[in-house]
Design a protein. Structure first.
Length: 154
């Protein structure tokens, strides 16, 4: 299983440890999204950034749609099936999304691919960027509901 992590808040006076952890994850700006594997070290990093990000288990269809719509190569070119056929072991974006979900592959393993997805702000906005998802806000762990948020941001 893989987590999709989206940075929700961005303010200048972020704690240095939290800012460093978000830098390690690659979340330098608001509405940036990364896909990370589910393991103990990433779970610990997510607990550090829980007051600035939201995350959950991304499904294959949503990840494939996100790669097609917002996946970029160096030079700001789109990731296409033809490019993947030529430069990787995958024939389609769907095959690559399945491998990423199963933690067999990472976005940075694709030649010249950027690991960060720059998403639009969500349609109808965030639920509130100062409360956790369990308390009616947008921060922290949200499980399968991350797929709905990503679809609103594509």
């Amino acid at each position: 299983m893989a987590y999709a992590v989206i940075r929700v808040r961005g303010q200048p006076d972020v704690n240095r440890d939290i800012e460093f952890t978000m830098g390690l994850l690659g979340l330098n700006r608001v509405n940036h999204c990364v896909v990370v594997p589910e393991n103990a070290s990433t779970k610990g990093m997510l607990q550090v950034v829980k007051d600035y990000c939201t995350w959950g288990e991304v499904n294959q269809e949503t990840l494939a749609a996100m790669i097609r719509a917002r996946g970029k190569l160096a030079g700001d070119k789109d990731i296409t099936d033809d490019y993947l056929k030529e430069k990787s072991e995958f024939a389609t974006v769907d095959d690559m999304a399945k491998a990423i979900i199963e933690n067999d592959y990472k976005m940075k393993d694709v030649e010249a691919a950027k690991p960060v997805f720059r998403l639009h702000p969500p349609v109808k906005g965030y639920e509130g960027n100062k409360r956790s998802y369990q308390n009616g806000g947008a921060l922290g762990y949200r499980g399968e509901a991350i797929n709905d948020l990503i679809n609103r941001m594509l």
